[in-house]
Design a protein around this ligand. Structure first.
Ligand code: 16G
Ligand code: MG
Length: 547
């Protein structure tokens, strides 16, 4: 390999040395830690992105963000050619690169070995698309990724400030020759806003013909003082005649994710700071990089109600199955909802027994849900934390298109098929997307003539409790069956089973966190008192058996 490249890498490593003793793994959402000790890993991720691009002969994305973490953190994750998360088999290379000593010869040897193994050359073409969130540390870190990737002959596309889902979308568009959409931020907004406009305008026109259209309900949005705020302004401008939104926590005053954002609202089950719960009929929060969404409202008795990821699954599945039925396409497609063990038991029960839609349960982490969703013509996935999307197969898309064009079908069938066709364009199929999910939710509520209260009352959640438990070594807890059962330590599962059997509609599980050095306990039961007690009982037994 060229000496010149090696010299450049040496200089970059000298500028951004690896702190001694640091261990950093490519976790569920890439590398993530305090921003001031991250620069060295950006070199290695830039190199890896370039190699991945050479191997796939496609553009690879590098998103600089730490999502809902505090401002002082940052992180980076890679995006594969079709906008999906980095293939798990490559996490090994990421971890190897991370663990190597800060020595040019060691790193260079590893790169050469890897290139031979992967059958690529330094001079092979590669393209890396970079974007970052609003953190102060982001521009510098992204520049290091760029400099490192360029050493391996890489063409950089720098999209600068973007939400995470926007970069996923852009990478997909670039790689499939813009079949999925045009590969710019403007193209992204065009696609989702045009689809939203089509659905809502047609609905309004019909309502005007009958009972007169109602003005859109106001929506107050907590943008977590993050990148989403800037992008929502654009959405608001484009759709102001159809959508009445007001943006709070837009970054002009508060700090990123501090007592606000989707994660805060979900965790503490209360409204964020900076968003007055006054007279808006509905509210929502997105997170720092705008890939999670949570809705909430205050009822007439001033009670706070939250609608999380499970609720989106139910809402989206209801709408889509209604349209499939109306279009007489239901029998021809395989539809499923994908959840994790954290999904409220009532939501699963409602989807399976009332809606007759099958539910699959997979381990925590978007990549697992996304992967499973590919098994269906329509795979709807949401984590309870508000991250999710819908995947539509090519088979489904062509069936819908054929139904629209089929002159033998009734007007009603063709209308339903065309609504579904347009709806697909609102969805960002590459990854969960708060902005796209927000538009999809507003469109569904409007088309189903459903208020947020009506949406909440589709089913009643079982009370639940989540606890964090600190133990000496969280790897002592091992799970199976999509994290719903423990296989180690011995007897833990038997004890949990026995505790659970004492509660009506009781359910509980324990799993080691993938992002923090703790284990998480989840419990649900018919009453809050019981859910709290069950969680606490399970906590005690976990502590006892891991001493
Ligand atoms: C990460 C995951 C999220 C998961 C969470 C679980 C992605 C993009 N994010 O934030 O899906 O719910 O980790 O955290 O995959 P835990 O393992 O600490 O419970
Ligand atoms: Mg996020």
């Amino acid at each position: 390999m060229s000496e010149f490249a090696k010299e450049k890498l040496t200089a970059l490593m000298l500028e951004y040395p690896k702190p001694s003793g640091i261990i950093l793994g490519y976790g569920t959402a890439g590398f993530r830690t305090r921003a001031d000790i991250l620069s060295w890993i950006m070199i290695r991720i830039g190199l890896l992105a370039s190699l991945r691009s050479k191997v796939k002969k496609a553009c690879i994305g590098a998103m600089i963000t730490a999502s809902h973490n505090p401002e002082h953190d940052n992180g980076v994750k890679l995006i594969d050619p079709y906008g999906e998360m980095l293939d798990q088999s490559w996490e090994v290379y990421a971890n190897n690169l991370s663990s190597l000593d800060d020595n040019i010869h060691v790193l260079w040897d590893y790169l050469e070995t890897l290139m031979t193994q992967l059958n690529v050359q330094l001079n092979d073409k590669s393209t890396v698309a970079i974007a970052y969130d609003t953190r102060q540390s982001s521009p510098l870190l992204s520049n290091i990724v760029k400099n490192a990737a360029e050493i391996l002959n890489t063409n950089i596309m720098n999209f600068e400030l973007m939400t995470t889902p926007q970069l996923h979308y852009t990478v997909r568009c670039y790689n499939d020759n813009e079949l999925y959409g045009s590969c710019t931020e403007a193209g992204y907004f065009d696609k989702i806003c045009t689809a939203f406009r089509k659905l809502i305008e047609a609905r309004r026109y019909n309502l005007c013909m009958t009972s007169g259209a109602k003005p859109a309900e106001q929506l107050a949005i907590d943008a977590a003082n993050g990148i989403g705020a800037q992008k929502l302004v654009y959405l608001n401008q484009r759709l102001s005649d159809l959508l009445t939104i007001e943006i709070f926590n837009d970054g002009t005053k508060g700090h990123l994710n501090e007592k606000c954002g989707a994660d805060y609202v979900k965790l503490y089950q209360k409204a964020p700071d900076g968003l007055p719960l006054t007279n808006y009929p509905k509210y929502c929060s997105i997170d720092g990089d705008a890939d999670r969404l949570i809705y909430y409202f205050i009822d007439e008795n001033q009670r706070f109600h939250m609608l999380d990821g499970d609720r989106f699954s139910v809402l989206f599945a209801s709408f889509i199955s209604n349209k499939l039925k109306e279009a007489k396409l239901m029998d021809q497609v395989k539809m499923g909802v994908i959840q994790t063990a954290y999904a409220n038991g009532s939501s699963t029960n409602y989807i399976v027994n009332t809606m007759n839609v099958p539910v699959a349960c997979v381990p925590t982490g978007v990549k697992h849900l996304h992967h499973k969703a590919l098994d269906y013509d329509i795979g709807i996935y949401f984590e309870a934390n508000g991250h999710g999307t819908v995947l539509f197969s090519d088979n489904l898309k062509s069936k819908v298109k054929a139904a629209i064009e089929d002159q033998n079908r009734t007007d009603e069938e063709r209308l339903a098929a065309s609504q579904l066709h347009v709806f697909i364009d609102i969805i960002n199929e590459t990854v969960g997307d708060a902005l796209a999910d927000l538009l999809a939710t507003e469109a569904i509520l409007c088309l189903m003539n459903l208020s947020i209260e009506g949406w909440l009352h589709l089913y009643n959640d079982l009370p639940q409790r989540q606890l964090k438990v600190a133990i000496k070594d969280r790897t002592m807890i091992q799970t199976t069956d999509a994290e719903r059962r423990c296989i180690a330590p011995a007897h833990l599962q038997d004890c949990i089973d026995e505790l659970v059997s004492k509660y009506s509609s009781g359910r509980s599980f324990v799993r080691p966190s993938g992002t923090e050095d703790i284990v998480r306990v989840y419990a649900e039961a018919t009453t809050q008192v019981d859910a709290d007690k069950l969680a606490d009982d399970v906590r005690k037994i976990v502590e006892e058996l891991t001493k």
